[in-house]
Ligand binder design. Structure first.
Ligand code: BGC
Length: 958
């Protein structure tokens, strides 16, 4: 191609409309060496293309740049930029778009500086990335990062053709042209001498690249073809003049047919054939591990390294040479988070399910399975292989910002639900990730906390849900941000090997939480397999870990898990599954109907739908919000969204329903009903709540001025309810997702008889709670930790000194030990507002004739349950075990089993529940084993932890 042609091409389709720029000082600490390893596997493996890297999604980077820019954080320190850079680097490979690193001479600096109104100081590298993100919106973006010796500019712009947005579609090939500048040096081009110095032989040439969507990835597609050409021309560093997408003619341009690829694709396809048999899902994990060993053996060291560093923000890289496709992750907790990273291009919109805390409130294991299956199928429909959930830390502190993402305070309730959730999810061909392992119960400076607990507590309480998830065959486990007893979970051998592998017998992938590890050597030796996202610590210590048996072992585990899950032998995306959406939505509705907890009802509910001439005042800060779920990873978008107010207007069509978020006294007084919808706006990941609702005063006022005030709390956290006695009814609705408001209205009006039970205790005062002490943590000044990896966006998540120069670990003492939740309140005899396991319905149940049949260390508990009310309804029968004499302190009672039973009015049912030996054991720290001390136990059966209806003493023998 002649120079004239190149310039013409460059003019044809101008691309980068930079809208946002950020200037960051002091960029020297940035390690350009990171870049080669960002490449997709087969690229990274080739030293000759070490200047090239394949990029997935720079939108995150672009957004990040824009956000920083908006916040006017233009003076960021060296650590800030690491994430920024990381975002670019991290996002590599996912959608198979091309990311190049180019040398630039200072001439460009002036032109950019003048046109953009910024003056970067001696830029030396330009990195350009094009993303297919949000292509469904026809709105591809280009992210750019210009790295200077002392500064960096980042920005992103929309791709345009002839001034119009580019109608790019998903799953199509496009040709991306990078035009090499060969203008003479005095005209701003690269000088020949300069090129020679850089080892470039011959004239610079056109570079062509192609991008694809990884979700449509099939072995045989190729990215980065232009890179190869560049390499073949001896160009290692290029000056980029412009970037544009050629979408003329068919959108299905196969770059390989464009003549520039030199048969590389065919070569790769040919090569990959020899590994095809190793990609097939075998019957056993042992077999999968053997296949993985062979595949990893065939990988180049750089490919293995690139695998264990993950690919992009949410995924694993593809290795075309071996026929291995890229693997997509998606965030979780209220269904599929489709607004995070490249996921957006896979799932434009997903069902907003109720949060997992609400699932826990159903106490229904079958429903947990259906919920998992619905989400698993939806993942499948959009090409997501791995869901980053379920979250299963425990509700230890009412203020915990992510409580909504977990399943309450009890290890057995959580464990049983997790087990079923995982089975349901994985039955649909989607991998589950149990998170966050371990002891991650608060959000307060979550990346700088050290959870301290004894071994017994660890095994009996916090590991229990993970044990059940592992037993269910979970694909992955995600470690936590915090330290456990002094070491970061993601790089702790104790956590990853002793606990996870040796004690729980986990054989899947152990991945770190996002940017949670600091020492690559420790990490590699800890038993962790995957450092997400992008392998920051591993790359920092690359020289020490690259090519080691540790990396090989990590790679083997990842590959084995993927083979065993069947991810390499079939395309994950199956759009036909999408037709099941009505079923998923029904499941979401059922979870709401069975999970919403009626805490108080002074006879006012159910409300008749006919309220002709009556005034219903809808109030509170959530009355008009569509609060589908908590913020952060658990964020969802959902379908057919309605506010509570809109919904009530529909349900009470003949009433005068009006909404005033903060009503005046007169409005409150004159209403026939006040229905308050309240919560903590912005509850979610990275911050804790305050126990006292922002509407607390308003609620007090309404309950005082109007005796017919119904309060509906939308939160995953317990709240202060000093107004409880005066409210006519209280409902804990948590985050119900898209079907939440309608389900609530069904409960209010009695269309649905509520059967949710609190999966946590609501205390009177936060000071009463066992976790209260951690709410005011002091940093441990003796234990500062490295500041090098602190990204700007997570600053608030670290415990920083006043000058923000040092970061400290703060201790979170689990000093209550195994006395979590109701166990604490019961042992200390502290009265609570609403006990664990509590919830009302519109009918009542009687418990009779308890019989406990003990055989050695197992028991069968049976009793008769009768619906003595007038409506059909469901009861959650709870079985607690009390160890009467034990050599270690034991809680007054521990939940060991439960069953949800639906019974018609007047009918009764004999219920039979099995207790295994787990029901009687405790963790013996001296012997490091589970122990059952034979002797007297008591079996409690009841409707909540505080409402035990039947008791029987039993003897457990050896
Ligand atoms: C969260 C995880 C989440 C991950 C990926 C982290 O900040 O703690 O729960 O899965 O990000 O988005």
């Amino acid at each position: 191609m002649t120079r004239a042609n190149m310039i013409v091409l460059g003019l044809l389709l101008p691309v980068l409309g930079f809208s946002e720029w950020v200037k960051v000082d002091d960029f020297q600490s940035y390690q350009p060496d990171l870049l080669p390893m960002q490449a997709n596997g087969w690229m990274a493996a080739d030293a000759k293309v070490s200047q090239v890297t394949v990029c997935a999604d720079t939108l995150a980077a672009g957004n990040q740049a824009a956000r920083l820019h908006r916040q006017n954080e233009t003076k960021l320190g060296e650590h800030d930029i690491l994430f920024q850079t990381g975002a670019l680097a991290i996002e590599l490979g996912k959608t198979g778009t091309v990311f190049l690193r180019f040398l630039i001479e200072s001439g460009l600096d002036k032109s950019l500086g003048s046109t953009r109104g910024e003056t970067p100081v001696e830029p030396i590298h330009v990195k350009i990335a094009v993303t297919e993100q949000r292509l469904h919106a026809g709105n591809p973006r280009v992210g750019v990062l210009i790295q200077g010796k002392e500064s960096v500019l980042t920005g992103f712009g929309k791709m345009r053709t002839e001034g119009k947005p580019l109608p790019v579609r998903r799953n199509r090939w496009y040709r991306l042209w990078l035009v090499v500048d060969n203008r003479p040096a005095d005209a701003g081009g690269l000088s020949k001498a300069f090129l020679q110095e850089e080892g470039v032989s011959g004239e610079p040439v056109e570079v062509r690249c192609a991008m694809e969507s990884s979700s449509s990835y099939q072995p045989g597609m190729l990215t980065g073809v232009g890179v190869l050409k560049a390499r073949d021309n001896g160009l290692t560093d290029l000056f980029v003049d412009d970037v544009f997408v050629d979408n003329r003619g068919s959108n299905l341009i196969d770059p390989l047919k464009s003549g520039s690829v030199m048969g590389w694709r065919e070569k790769l396809l040919e090569e990959s054939k020899q590994y095809a048999h190793l990609l097939k899902k075998p019957d056993t994990r042992d077999e999968a591990e053997k296949q993985a060993a062979k595949l990893v053996e065939a990988m180049k060291p750089a490919e293995r390294f690139s695998l264990v560093c993950g690919d992009g923000h949410l995924g694993l890289p593809a290795f075309m040479r071996l026929g291995i496709p890229g693997i997509n992750f998606t965030d979780a907790s209220s269904g599929i988070n489709n607004g995070n990273g490249p996921v957006g291009s896979r799932h434009a919109r997903t069902v907003a399910h109720p949060c997992t805390l609400l699932l826990a409130a159903t106490w229904n294991t079958e429903l947990a399975k259906a919920y998992g299956q619905a989400i698993g199928e939806e993942c499948h429909s959009g090409g997501t292989h791995v869901l980053l959930g379920p979250g299963m830390n425990l509700y230890r502190v009412s203020a915990g910002g992510r409580n909504f993402e977990y399943m309450g305070e009890d290890p057995v309730l959580t464990g049983n639900l997790v087990e079923n959730y995982v089975r349901g999810l994985q039955s649909a061909g989607t991998g589950a990730t149990l998170k966050h392992f371990i002891a991650n119960e608060i959000e307060f400076h979550r990346r700088g906390s050290n959870s301290q607990m004894d071994e017994r507590t660890l095994h009996e309480v916090y590991m229990e849900p993970f044990r059940k998830g592992v037993e269910a065959g979970a694909f992955a486990v995600m470690t936590s941000y915090n330290q456990l007893n002094g070491e970061w979970a993601g790089q702790s051998r104790f956590v990853n090997t002793d606990l996870l592998r040796d004690t729980l017998g986990f054989r899947g992938i152990s991945m770190t939480d996002w940017i949670s590890t600091y020492d690559g050597v420790k990490l590699a030796q800890s038993g962790t397999d995957l450092e997400m996202p992008g392998g920051g610590a591993l790359k920092k210590d690359r020289e020490k870990v690259f090519g080691t048996p540790d990396i090989d072992r990590m790679a083997r585990r990842i590959v084995a898990a993927c083979i065993f899950a069947g991810f390499y032998e079939r395309p994950q995306r199956d759009e036909r599954v999408e037709k099941k959406r009505p079923e998923w939505e029904q499941t979401a509705t059922r979870v709401n109907e069975e999970g919403i907890v009626l805490l108080k009802n002074s006879g006012a509910l159910p409300l008749a739908r006919q309220q002709a001439g009556k005034k219903i005042l809808v109030a509170g800060n959530f009355a008009q919000r569509v609060e589908l779920g908590g913020d952060g990873s658990g964020h969802v978008k959902g379908y057919n969204l309605k506010t509570y107010t809109q919904t009530l207007k529909e349900y009470f069509a003949d009433a005068d329903v009006s909404c005033v978020e903060k009503p005046e006294d007169a409005q409150i007084r004159s209403a026939d009903w006040v229905v308050l919808f309240t919560g903590f706006a912005g509850e979610g990941e990275g911050r804790d709540t305050r126990f006292v609702l922002p509407d607390d005063e308003l609620i007090t006022k309404c309950t005082e001025l109007n005796p017919k005030t119904v309060v509906c709390v939308t939160s995953g956290c317990g709240v202060r309810m000093e107004w409880a006695d005066k409210a006519v009814a209280i409902l804990y609705v948590m985050f119900g997702g898209q079907s939440g408001p309608a389900a609530l209205a069904d409960v209010l009006t009695g269309i649905v008889n509520p059967s949710g039970r609190l999966p946590f205790t609501i205390e009177n005062r936060i000071e009463d709670s066992p976790g209260f002490a951690v709410l005011d943590p002091k940093p441990d000044k003796d234990r500062p930790f490295a500041t090098d990896y602190i990204g700007s966006y997570v600053k608030g998540e670290y415990f920083a000194s006043d000058d923000k120069k040092s970061y400290y670990v703060h201790n979170v003492q689990y000093s209550e030990g195994v006395f979590i939740g109701h166990r604490w309140y019961e042992s200390k005899k502290i009265p609570v507002r609403y006990p664990f396991g509590f919830g009302l319905g519109y009918t009542a149940f009687a418990y009779e004739n308890l019989k406990v049949d003990v055989k050695g260390q197992k028991a069968t508990v049976s009793f008769t349950l009768k619906n003595i009310g007038k409506r059909p309804g469901a009861e959650v029968a709870q079985v607690y075990v009390s160890d009467k004499v034990c050599s270690v302190p034991r809680p007054p009672q521990e939940l060991k089993a439960f069953q949800k039973i639906h019974i018609e009015p007047g009918n009764s049912q004999r219920v039979e529940i099995e207790l295994g030996s787990e029901a009687f054991r405790f963790w013996n720290s001296a012997t490091k084993k589970w122990t059952i001390e034979p002797g007297e136990f008591e079996i409690h059966v009841g409707a909540s932890s505080a409402d035990i209806r039947l008791k029987e003493a039993v003897r457990v023998t050896d």
